[in-house]
Design a protein around this ligand. Structure first.
Ligand code: CTP
Length: 409
């Protein structure tokens, strides 16, 4: 894209109750400097009318090929787009797209677009799970489209299940990720990856715990980046308070033992596992059922600790698949026994993983910050410096390294 040109986005909106959420997505896209053309389907306008889309995008709205015909919009809109995002995408439009139908403006745009295409389906669980829909989704993914897994939760009416549109803010994040990468094929399509994120808590009693400062930002950035590159992503999140990334399965845990069990379960058959979480190395040997009270004599209790399992070492030594790629993180400060890199090389060998992302945390710089700086060490003696930049950028560099190792297998 030429420097200074605003990225051109087509927002396709289909006829589902979640159409109102697309207004927020539109707002986020326009406010962050994107040139957005909204192409609703006829039924989308039953839910949210054309004036809303026109006012928020600043452009005329058309649903049919025969409107504004002198501009040949069905060809021009698709050709000029840097990204097409369809949110919500109904079962009907997924089917029309998978079969190459061209019976309205949106499906024409989908056929003329040569840029990345993101579908964010929203529908009832039965419709999503139907073999016809699943086959259409598989076809679209095979052709390089990113189809976000719907979120679970409250659907229209009283029922709950899989089929909700993910949070528009998170769909927006995914769009930005995809736009940043340009018109590349999603290189992790068909890959199953697991990311751990956040920091574990080890309880002393019902209200107190030993914890750490990990925010989960880097793990969530990794999850988003992998989803944008087409992977099927599970995040095992330890005490993370961030919104769920779009299309990512989130499994919540608190303690290191729970994190271990969920990571091992999710990793079965996975292509890659990235341990970005900060699991506590120790836990109290016993957890009091009742709140621990102060002693009358002013004495303080002694906390006896036991060592927790080392999840990264376990996964590396008992790989989910012989050719899976395992990535660890190392937060190091360096000490009298060695520099940050000396200690990291030793850790890489000890843990047995393929890649170790090394952060120099002297001064506590990384925690909760949107930025990160790292060196990625490979078990194959490679070393890659990642300059200070966003956690999102580091996430993509990590997946570049993982993807290179996956294709070389
Ligand atoms: N890790 C793990 N299980 C643990 C502790 C850490 O899987 N019980 C993982 C982290 O997710 C990270 C990597 O191991 O990917 C390195 O974590 P770090 O705390 O730096 O390593 P430790 O093994 O705890 O080594 P140290 O003795 O330096 O604290």
């Amino acid at each position: 894209m030429p420097a200074g040109r605003r990225p051109t986005v087509v927002l396709g909106v289909c006829g589902g109750i979640a159409a109102y959420k697309a207004a927020e997505l539109l707002r986020r896209l326009t406010e962050s400097g994107h040139d957005v053309t909204v192409v609703p389907t006829r039924t989308a306008l039953e839910f949210v009318g054309a004036p809303t889309w026109a006012a928020l995008s600043g452009k005329e709205i058309a649903t049919e090929v025969f409107e504004h015909i002198t501009e040949v919009p069905h060809v021009r809109i698709g050709q000029q787009a840097d990204l097409v995002v369809v949110a919500p995408a109904t079962a009907n439009t997924l089917a029309r797209a998978a079969h190459g139908l061209a019976d309205d403006l949106l499906t024409n745009v989908l056929l003329t677009a040569r840029c990345p295409v993101v579908f964010a389906p929203a529908m009832h669980t039965e419709m999503w799970e139907h073999p016809a829909t699943q086959a259409n989704v598989a076809t679209l993914r095979e052709r390089g489209a990113i189809v976000i897994e719907p979120a679970e939760g409250r659907l229209t009416g009283k029922d709950t299940g899989k089929g909700r549109l993910p949070d528009p803010a998170e769909i927006f994040e995914l769009c930005v990720e995809v736009l940043d990468r340009g018109p590349l094929r999603p290189d992790l399509a068909g890959r199953q990856v697991v990311v751990s994120a956040g920091g574990t808590r080890e309880y002393l009693d019902p209200v107190r715990f030993l914890g750490n400062r990990s925010s989960g930002l880097q793990g969530y950035a990794l999850a988003r980046a992998a989803a944008a590159r087409g992977a099927e992503v599970t995040v095992v999140a330890a005490n993370v308070t961030l919104p769920d990334p779009a299309g990512v399965k989130v499994v919540r845990v608190e303690t290191t033992a729970q994190l271990r069990d969920e990571v091992v379960a999710a990793a079965a058959g996975a292509d890659a596992v990235v341990m970005a979480a900060a699991p506590a190395d120790f836990r109290p040997t016993s957890v009091s059922d009742a709140k621990i009270k102060k002693a009358a004599d002013g004495s303080a209790p002694t906390i006896e600790l036991a060592q927790n399992p080392d999840i990264l070492a376990e996964i590396s030594h008992h790989r989910p698949r012989p050719d899976s790629v395992i990535v660890g993180f190392a937060a190091e400060t360096g000490d009298e026994t060695g520099s940050v890199l000396d200690l990291a090389r030793a850790k890489l060998a000890r843990k047995g993983c393929d890649l170790l992302v090394v952060n120099d945390v002297s001064g506590g710089a990384v925690f909760g910050s949107p930025d990160n700086q790292a060196v990625i060490l490979g078990a194959d003696e490679t070393s890659y410096d990642v300059p200070l930049g966003s956690k999102r950028l580091l996430a993509h560099v990590i997946w570049d390294q993982v993807a290179a190792r996956l294709t070389s297998h």
